[in-house]
Design a protein around this ligand. Structure first.
Ligand SMILES: Cc1cc2nc3c(=O)[nH]c(=O)nc-3n(C[C@H](O)[C@H](O)[C@H](O)COP(=O)(O)OP(=O)(O)OC[C@H]3O[C@@H](n4cnc5c(N)ncnc54)[C@H](O)[C@@H]3O)c2cc1C
Length: 429
């Protein structure tokens, strides 16, 4: 278990149980906790560990042992694999997650099976190549959107206790809380009290969303002064809830807003997965990720004079001249989650206030991934790249942005009661 940190609706776990039952052997769930995951800090770990403690409890209810070791995930898999008939892994799309799985696969002698766990339509089934934009992917997954929304029932494991298996009885089952004590965490960002990790909290957000917000989602979810979002992104990021489960619950509610929400959850989210899966440079060079029109127009305007230039610490500390941007930055610093609409405005302004587009891209990714609970996700890389023209079209040409879409404060003021947003954020602090 690595990317799908859940017991409920976990296709990899259910497949393991099915295979173990056929072979008449037990299942052990293994999790390698590494304290140097790129860009991860105490905020992310705290949320993840809350989820893992719940995983441990839910597995115990199903009499399935969990081993959590303070070790790089593939090394732990390699060590334990000499006692295994088969290793089943969940699926992660980031470069590091793919490297881990390849390293394990190349260094164990039993079969290693990877199961798609964190998307609705498996990434290669959806498309064999990097897609240009949402409209090109939407057509391709239209038919699959129902095919992959099947129920994932919990199977019963037949062979329970490890004690019957001599070579397994010596395995030490370390509890999550004990392993966590040895972690040497980057404490540059403290935990947030605004979100609690784990499936139960995710399910609470989902139920509240369906009962109180879904019907108004199309009209009100863009308004940062209101709260009509699901808040599921941190849970999806850690795989604490299944996108298949969310989609099934939303569909079965029969409420208006269903199509608009599923467009975000399936089309937009899986476009991000498609991007980072087929473009390994997703976190490095704008030149290698942007469509030609976007990169060349930004290059043509890279020496345009900038009215404001902010360095990283001025941005980080929310010390710009712009109250809306500062409020958005503070919302992220305090809660670990900025409103979706403000994320677009926030990224666009970093482009406007930085010496070059590449410098802006790096600063935006750094801040996004450091403070957001859902940072370092496929959506993080696609969302930030979108501010620079990825998955978008050309607009009217202007300074600095060239033909890349521009956003300004008067647009925010025209659409939303922005003072209400500022007071909402001020109340947070
Ligand atoms: C500059 C920028 C940075 C972003 N950084 C992140 C990030 O670090 N992590 C992250 O998960 N998302 C990121 N996004 C995408 C989007 O803003 C968030 O997914 C959304 O705000 C999450 O809140 P929610 O779950 O309450 O959204 P809801 O509106 O309730 O949406 C439900 C789910 O649909 C998906 N979704 C919604 N909007 C988008 C979108 N625009 N693109 C792809 N999927 C979407 C998400 O999985 C989300 O959890 C970023 C967008 C931009 C423009």
């Amino acid at each position: 278990m690595q990317a799908a940190q859940r017991v409920h609706y976990n296709q990899a776990l259910e497949y393991s149980i099915e295979q173990a039952n056929k072979a008449g052997i037990p299942v052990i769930v293994y999790f390698g906790l590494t304290d140097d995951f790129p860009e991860a800090n105490a905020r992310h770990f705290h949320f993840m560990i809350e989820g893992l403690i719940e995983v441990e409890k839910k597995l115990a209810e199903r009499k399935i042992p969990l081993i959590v070791q303070h070790i790089s995930p593939p090394e732990g898999v390699i060590n334990l694999s000499n006692k295994a008939r088969m290793v089943v892994v969940d699926r992660g799309y980031l470069n590091i997650e793919r490297k881990w799985r390849s390293r394990a696969a190349q260094n164990i002698s039993c079969p290693l099976i990877q199961i798609e766990t964190n998307s609705v339509v498996p990434v290669e089934t959806a498309s064999p190549k990097e897609e240009y934009a949402a409209h090109t992917l939407r057509k391709k997954i239209a038919d699959f959107r129902t095919e992959f929304l099947n129920d994932i029932p919990a199977r019963k494991l037949k062979n329970l206790g490890l004690e019957k298996f001599a070579d397994l009885s010596s395995i030490e089952l370390t509890p999550v809380k004990k392993t966590v004590k040895n972690l040497n965490l980057n404490s540059s960002v403290k935990k947030t009290s605004h979100f609690k990790g784990g499936f139960t909290a995710a399910q609470d957000h989902l139920e509240t969303f369906i009962s109180d917000k879904l019907a108004d989602y199309p009209e009100k979810s863009s308004d940062p002064s209101e709260d009509f979002l699901s808040h599921l992104s941190p849970y999806l990021h850690f795989g604490q809830i299944s996108p298949v489960y969310i989609a099934r619950k939303i569909k079965s509610s029969g409420k208006p807003g269903t199509d608009e929400f599923l467009e975000q959850l399936i089309v937009r989210r899986e476009l991000s997965i498609n991007f980072i899966y087929y473009n390994k440079n997703y976190d490095s060079s704008l030149q290698k990720i942007l469509p030609e029109w976007a990169f060349s127009t930004l290059q043509e305007h890279k020496d345009d004079p900038r009215e404001y230039l902010y360095n990283l610490s001025e941005l980080e500390e929310a010390k710009t001249h712009n109250p809306y941007w500062n409020a958005a930055q503070k919302e992220m610093l305090i809660t670990g989650k900025m409103h979706s609409y403000m994320r677009m405005y926030w990224g666009k302004k970093i482009l406007e206030w930085s010496p070059s587009p590449q410098d802006a891209f790096e600063k935006a990714l750094y801040l996004n991934n450091k403070y957001h609970l859902d940072g370092r996700d496929a959506n993080a890389f696609a969302g930030v790249a979108w501010c620079f023209g990825k998955h978008d079209r050309a607009w009217q040409e202007r300074d600095i942005f060239g033909k890349v879409r521009y956003m300004n404060s008067s647009g925010l003021e025209r659409k939303f009661p922005m003072q209400k947003y500022i007071s909402r954020v001020n109340k947070l602090s």
